[in-house]
Design a protein. Structure first.
Length: 111
DNA sequence: CCCTTGACTATCT
DNA sequence: GAGATAGCCAAGG
């Protein structure tokens, strides 16, 4: 194999995997939680590079809209997957709760 | 090395 | 509150 995952990738994957079902996080929040503030744009790349499926549909924009073009396959897929988790959308924006501070403990450890 | 691109965000109008 | 602008940062041509 040939994938070299950077510490960045691993951190991002860990955070995304830690997002509870039915909840969403913004790209910037994921980056920050992973320890890489201002790397919101890199989060998408890291997720694309993931060797195994990731709950990427739980990652949305800061304003709670989806990052894909409306009508695109990716957009529809994300909306459908969210719907399966009980998350619906209103006026183009996701209606879901944000992970509480418990997520930080989950990622950074009980410490 | 310069320039463009991108699953972003904060700020201003 | 929607559109425009600037900032941000890594990757690729």
């Amino acid at each position: 194999m040939d994938e070299r995952q950077t510490p960045f990738d691993a951190a991002i994957w860990a955070v995304v995997n830690a997002i509870p079902r039915g909840q969403v996080m913004a790209y910037g929040e994921v980056a920050r939680a992973a320890g890489f503030p201002r790397h919101a744009r890199m989060v998408s790349k890291a997720m694309s590079r993931s060797p195994e499926p990731l709950p990427w549909h739980r990652v949305v924009r800061a304003d709670r809209s989806l990052a894909f073009e409306v009508g695109s396959d990716a957009f529809d897929t994300q909306r459908q997957r969210l719907a399966d988790e009980g998350v619906t959308m209103l006026n183009g924006k996701v209606i879901a709760e944000r992970p509480t501070d418990d997520l930080d403990a989950l990622i950074w450890g009980p410490e």
